[in-house]
Design a protein around this ligand. Structure first.
Ligand code: ZN
Length: 374
């Protein structure tokens, strides 16, 4: 195996579901899958020092191309030795392509065949992203995994609009692939992104076209954009088997612990979502006995740990009463302790899921959920 290249190995397949347990080999270490990738928007997971992430055994984090392009600029990061060096992150890095961020600021953008003109959400300055420039930006950042630049279809979208958007994404995918081939340094992998909104035949056409471009991995994009949850599950259940079996499958921007379990059962290997980190900062904490809204008065004099079954520093050292106090007084430390806990919850859950797939009892997780888990 070439240590400088990204490759994927499936070690165990669940007999009763489509869940798989594998390992993603990257130039910056091995990543056991299924994996949840903490979101490090501007090259930092909010409130989390890299050494905390290392202590959590986080092997891969996500960074946002759009944000780093705006500040401090990909060329500056390249001059400073690339994003790994700049952020002193020795684990693997995946960069999104900015398609979703450009999509989120819809009032600020203008799409053409060539690319997308958009205004910075910071100072209103104009920029133009093309499939080629987005590949070049990610190359300058030096991530281990780059994503193609796509048009993220909004929800709801009529069939004709979804089809036109999906087809534009396919033409851009081809341009991304060609640009990536031109700039290929052998170290960075490129993943395709399946679009097609909630229409199964569009998802199928997208998956088939992208399959022929032979990306190193495949993602499902355009979900978690406002569609009903059950519809999201339907699209994932339909689309996952259309993705190459022997490549990593990544469901972008999803989601809750329940979403992860259900999507893993459908054969998804990789996830990212701002939920654990953003919710932590907003006072919404995930625990083994259900959610804790730390601002609530019931915790004002609660001397117990946030989660008695969690081994994170927050739970080992601080009480619910103290965390509630930090939240109410707006102490910066609150974000650190709450994020540490929520990420521990997510990464512990993923580790246990991987173990259960390897041991052949992943089905227990689905059973737990049907009994009304949180
Ligand atoms: Zn904890």
């Amino acid at each position: 195996m070439d240590p400088k290249k990204t490759s994927f190995e499936i070690l165990h397949s669940d007999s009763r579901t489509n869940a798989r347990q594998g390992v993603l080999h990257t130039p910056h270490g091995d990543v056991p899958t299924p994996v949840f990738m903490p979101v490090g928007t501007a090259g930092a997971v909010k409130a989390m020092p890299a050494e905390f992430l290392e202590a959590l055994d986080a092997r891969i984090i996500l960074a946002n191309t759009y944000h780093l392009y705006l500040r401090p600029g990909h060329e500056r990061i390249e001059r400073l030795g690339g994003l790994h060096k700049f952020a002193s992150w020795n684990g693997a890095l995946l960069t999104d392509s900015g398609g979703y961020q450009v999509f989120s600021h819809r009032e600020l953008r203008d799409i053409s065949e060539e690319g997308v003109q958009f205004r910075s959400h910071i100072d209103g300055s104009k920029s133009f992203f093309t499939p080629e420039s987005v590949i070049a930006i990610q190359r300058a950042l030096g991530s281990d995994i780059a994503m193609i630049f796509d048009d993220c279809t909004p929800y709801p979208a009529g069939y004709a609009d979804a089809e036109a958007s999906m087809e534009l994404s396919l033409r851009w995918a081809k341009r991304c692939r060609e640009e990536w081939n031109r700039q290929n340094n052998g170290a960075q992998a490129l993943f395709g992104i399946i679009q097609g909104s909630v229409y199964s035949d569009l998802r199928k056409r997208s998956a088939e076209f992208l399959g022929e471009l032979e990306f190193s991995g495949m993602a499902i994009g355009g979900l978690s954009v406002g569609e009903p949850k059950e519809l999201m599950y339907e699209v994932v259940e339909y689309t996952a088997p259309l993705m190459p079996w022997d490549k990593p499958r990544y469901l972008m921007g999803v989601g809750t612990p329940e979403d992860l379990i259900r999507a893993i059962a459908m054969g998804i290997d990789m996830f990212d979502c701002v939920l654990p980190t953003r919710n932590a900062r907003n006072g919404y904490l995930f625990t083994s006995t259900g959610r804790v809204l730390i601002k609530n008065a019931q915790y004002a004099e609660d001397q117990g740990p946030l989660d008695p079954n969690c081994s994170c520093q927050t739970c080992r050292r601080y009480s619910r009463a103290y965390l509630r106090h930090l939240f109410h007084t707006g102490e910066h430390l609150y974000a650190v302790y709450s994020t540490l806990h929520n990420l521990t919850f997510y990464l512990d859950m993923m580790r246990k899921i991987r173990e259960s797939i390897a041991l052949g009892n992943f089905g227990n997780w689905l059973g737990l959920m049907e009994k009304g888990g949180d």
